[in-house]
Design a binder for this molecule. Structure first.
Ligand SMILES: Nc1ncnc2c1ncn2[C@@H]1O[C@H](COP(=O)(O)OP(=O)(O)O)[C@@H](O)[C@H]1O
Ligand SMILES: [Mg+2]
Length: 247
């Protein structure tokens, strides 16, 4: 039972041409909750994140963020996008701008903050992700794990109500995965509402309130990590887990 819903999807359907990518999706994420989404490649996980953030339109259903239905288009849309931050597999930092400028940019353009105020907030957030001493470097001077932490700081700089992560560690060398997951764990402890697509089962077990398993555009299971990992109900989930947990 949802107690304080922040993100609500009701009967959401999405097509790419004739491909039915999201099928009757019902999902509620409460304020402060961490929901991990897992599932085979092509099951619609990225598309789900992108519809929540309105980077993609939907054909039917309803998406409500903090009690407000997502508008189809227009100015309110940009505002809503700022309310839900997104962190991608590829960090998408501006290569020719400093770390500090990367974190400040949207604050200036979207939030209309003054430069001094934006930079002060950026430095706070860089401190929070452990990069206070790297503010004046350029992205190429940082490791992948550090760049992803800059991307997280940049998302936080918009003061989002929720953060979506789409495979945030998939492009990282193994030794850098943990520093990013640790920042995400800290955000979770601080009460951030998070939807996280990941193959990091350790993170799912330890940080998620719920695990949502998707296959073929449907939510097949939506349960606690404990219940999901110890006793998956569906054959699809059993099959998926046996493959992913083997190595
Ligand atoms: N822009 C697009 N145009 C057409 N088909 C797409 C597009 N993006 C994704 N798809 C297809 O939609 C399905 C779901 O993709 P995606 O949401 O990326 O899955 P996942 O993130 O779970 O791997 C896949 O079959 C994929 O090929
Ligand atoms: Mg994906």
């Amino acid at each position: 039972m949802a107690v304080d819903p922040l993100i609500e999807l009701r009967n959401v359907n999405k097509y790419y041409g004739r491909l039915h990518v999201l099928r009757d999706i019902d999902l509620t994420v409460d304020r402060g909750e961490v929901v991990v989404i897992i599932g085979p490649s092509g099951s619609g996980k990225s598309t789900l994140c992108r519809t929540i953030n309105r980077l993609e339109t939907i054909e039917s259903g309803r998406i409500v963020i903090d009690g407000r239905p997502l508008p189809d288009e227009g100015k309110a849309l940009a505002g809503l996008r700022a309310e839900v931050g997104m962190v991608f597999q590829s960090f998408n930092l501006f290569a020719h701008r400093t770390v500090l400028a990367n974190v400040s940019l949207a604050q200036l353009k979207v939030r209309k903050r003054k430069k001094a105020e934006a930079d002060r907030r950026s430095r706070e957030l860089l401190e929070r992700v452990g990069l206070a001493t790297h503010a004046d470097k350029f992205p190429a001077q940082l490791s992948g794990g550090q760049q992803q932490r800059v991307a997280i700081a940049r998302a936080l700089a918009m003061d989002p109500k929720a953060l979506l992560f789409d495979e945030p560690t998939s492009a990282l060398d193994p030794e850098m995965i943990n520093e990013v997951l640790e920042v995400m764990r800290q955000l979770a402890r601080d009460g951030m509402t998070m939807v996280v697509v990941t193959h990091e089962m350790g993170f799912a077990r330890s940080a998620a309130n719920r695990v949502v398993f998707m296959a073929d555009g449907r939510i097949v299971e939506d349960r606690t990590p404990e219940a999901f990992f110890t006793a998956p109900e569906s054959d699809r989930a059993k099959d998926f887990l046996s493959k992913i947990l083997k190595h």
